[in-house]
Ligand binder design. Sequence first.
Ligand SMILES: *Cc1c(COP(=O)(O)O)cnc(C)c1O
Length: 343
Amino acid sequence: MAKKNIDWGNIGFGYVVTDKRYVSYYKGGTWDDGALIEDDKIVMSEDAGVLQYSQSVFEGLKAYTTEDGHIVCFRPDLNASRMAESARRLEMPVFPEDRFIDAVKQTVKANQDWVPPYGTGATLYIRPYMFGISPVIGVNPAEEYMFRIFVTPVGPYFKGGAKPIVVRISDFDRAAPRGTGHIKAGLNYAMSLHAIVDAHKKGFAENIYLDPATRTKIEETGGANIIFVDHDGNLVIPASDSILPSITRRSIHYVAEHYLGLKVTEREVYLSEVKEGKFVECGLCGTAAVVSPVGIINDHGEEIRFASGTEKMGPVTQKLYDTLTGIQMGRIEAPEGWIVKIC
Ligand SMILES: *Cc1c(COP(=O)(O)O)cnc(C)c1O
């Protein structure tokens, strides 16, 4: 076994076929034993539930090499339970949470030559997912399902420093009240593609979605939760039933309170408060970037500029970023159970 010959510092965020993937099949009311396989292709019916009615859910987490040379992953139990929630909402069978964690470990271990070395900034992205595979023509849940995990190495999110991004307030909604915004389903992304392509065309990095019922409150972007820092240096996190419960955001909440001694409030955040200048820093959080600073929010031509500016991360965002990545990389002691050693 030897590390793959890859220029780790210069890989992007793209899909690379790695050696092994995990697959388990659900049929007749039970999951089979599951196995690691080499075939990266899937053969299915032209009428598979996923192809007709988008019955699919997914997760995303990372494995990385710590300072002392171990391969670990971060809070996979939360991915397991979130995927179970997502599956229930789409009438899919739950892949048992303990088996989910075991399958993540097996898949990473089988691809350990693809785990980027410590210090490169690159990581191994892990994609568990599940979909209806048996034929469905009347609108019904499928009877058979496939659960799979593949991994792919991804480069450092911030090349040459984390420069704050410019985002816009979207005219589209990403989630309906009492809809599926709180689960990690492909369908939430399909309907966001038009908005993100249009945002990029107009020079914005992301869309901020408002609450769909009143369009007065901040929800999240297409793939990341939002955090704000107020004038007292405390954290304010938008709350809503249609926000996807980001594991990064929940971890940042804990780190802010227990490691940095900040006050953290999760509450409804009105766009008007943001315009009034209540917040001095803003960041997007998710597995990919951990925290990505926002310099400007553009609301139909009106610019909301954060005091932290457009050159570098604000001081509180930076501290949160450093502390959380320090915990992940083994430089700072982690709370019990956060870091799961794979090998
Ligand atoms: C996955 C995702 C996030 C980030 O969640 P993490 O668990 O932190 O990676 C945020 N918003 C949406 C809509 C997502 O799908």
